[in-house]
Design a protein around this ligand. Structure first.
Ligand code: AVJ
Ligand code: FE
Length: 440
């Protein structure tokens, strides 16, 4: 982006804004008014809340702050402030109805396009440098679109979303990859639209480890289920075992079994469990327990990022596993192009130099790390994006899912959630310490 002329940057921003809005409109126009207002799960907002919240954040940052314009609807700020009302309480608020919501977001967007026409990208404001504020708002909308996609998955009734099947899987050259470790540059100081918690770039030493070539599949995970994994305390952490008992977990969310036939529900379709597809809708505790059962562990986020970015030939830290090019359909399953993870082995074109695959896209991957600030972290442009979440309550997820847009799916992007959450598109891969014989 730094190489673009102001006119090229303006066109790029306009294209990104348009793309995210088309997705938001698809996710909201595909259901009726009733479904927009309804609470599909206490874990989620009504879709119409996300929709207006997207417009409200855009108004706050781009119309008022960047543009210095008069507020469009200051009276509704409080309703759409995520910190004022818990998701479960949002349906009871005097929210804008779907028609009001649509005209509100359109009115905001019209003003934003005018702000974009006049903005000076090099006017000395850090918020506007390289179009950052616009990039932040595009990513905000795309992240809420993924959240709305998760709401669609929780919705009951006939299917409304459709997409072509992902590419086929393939047999892998090896189930695991040995990673020699070393020092790499973690995080970034140069990605113009990277968010505050991804910054700054800093050297990190990683000890040698072994990591799964691909995410754990439904077939792999089914063995753990059938092997009594959920009934055996020995595989679970103390907190994990307490949770599995309390929540009566017996299998990943959306799985069902009848007469020994396993099925799963996906956006309103019940279908045979696809054994070669990465497992989805498991919480951190389930991922951790599976890894222990398999004689392994979850990777740290340092190990995940090293596997995704380190090029042993040059010693350089890459942008993406496959190089510096932005993701294309040959690299990764992103952007709701397919409404499911692709089978394992489906993306040889997305392999890292070490030979690790499907790091980007398909499913978010739980890591063993808590959400903590990098050395030199500075909250920007607001404390409520990351700062208020730092601490031991949240676990880091990496890599993005089939529902993550490419504008979000940087290899430095850090997602986080509570270790009990399963409604997000999360799976995992395992890692382990090398055996002494593997170190020579
Ligand atoms: C980074 C995905 C955890 O959805 O809660 C959206 C992103 N922040 N609005 C979330 C976010 C403010 C955030 N996650
Ligand atoms: Fe938000």
């Amino acid at each position: 982006l730094s190489d673009l002329s102001p006119e090229q940057l303006r066109a790029f921003v306009a294209g990104q804004l348009e793309r995210s809005r088309a997705r938001t409109v698809q996710l909201t126009d595909s259901v009726d008014t009733d479904d927009l207002i309804r609470q599909h799960s206490r874990l989620m907002s009504p879709l119409v809340w996300d929709y207006a919240h997207i417009g409200n954040q855009e108004e706050l940052w781009l119309v008022r702050d960047v543009g210095g314009r008069e507020p469009v609807r200051q009276d509704i700020d409080e309703l759409y402030d995520a910190f004022m009302h818990a998701r479960a309480d949002r349906p009871a608020l005097p929210l804008l109805n779907p028609t009001e919501t649509k005209s509100y977001v359109v009115e905001v967007r019209d003003k934003v396009m005018d702000v974009l026409d006049h903005v000076k990208f090099d006017g000395g404001r850090e918020l506007v440098n390289d179009g950052f504020a616009f990039g932040m708002i595009v990513q905000h909308e795309q992240q809420h679109d993924e959240t709305m996609l998760a709401t669609h998955q929780l919705r009951t009734g006939s299917p409304v979303l459709d997409a072509p099947a992902p590419p086929p899987g393939r047999r892998l050259p090896a189930a695991e990859v040995f990673v020699p470790g070393g020092v790499f540059e973690m995080g970034t100081s140069i990605e113009p639209w990277a968010l505050d918690n991804e910054r700054p770039a800093h050297p990190v030493h990683v000890a040698p480890y072994v990591i799964d070539t691909v995410p754990v599949s439904n077939g792999d995970y089914l063995e753990f289920v059938l092997g009594g994994g959920y009934e055996s305390e020995q595989w679970w952490s103390e907190a994990g075992w307490a949770h599995v008992q309390k929540a009566s977990l017996v299998a990943p969310r959306f799985w069902e079994v009848a007469d020994g036939n396993w099925t799963r529900t996906r956006f309103g379709h019940r279908e045979p469990l696809p054994l070669d597809e990465p497992v989805l809708h498991v919480c951190f505790y389930e991922a951790e327990a599976y890894a222990k059962w398999a004689g392994k562990r979850l990777p740290t986020e340092e190990e995940w990022e090293f596997a995704a970015r380190f090029d042993p030939a040059s010693g350089r830290t890459r942008r993406f596993p496959w190089g510096d090019e932005t993701p294309g359909p040959q690299h990764a399953n992103l952007g709701q192009r397919h409404l499911r993870p692709a089978p394992v082995g489906a993306y040889p074109g997305g392999a890292s130099p070490l030979g690790v695959e499907q790091l980007v896209g398909d499913c978010w991957e739980w890591t063993s790390s808590d959400l903590t600030p990098y050395p030199g972290f500075r909250a920007f442009p607001y404390d409520e994006y990351s700062l208020v979440f730092f601490g031991p309550d949240y676990k880091i997820l990496r890599g993005g899912s089939f529902g993550t847009d490419e504008v979000v799916a940087r290899t430095t992007f850090r997602n986080w959630d509570y270790p009990i959450r399963r409604q997000i598109f999360a799976g995992f891969r395992c890692a382990r310490d090398p055996k002494p014989s593997e170190l020579h």
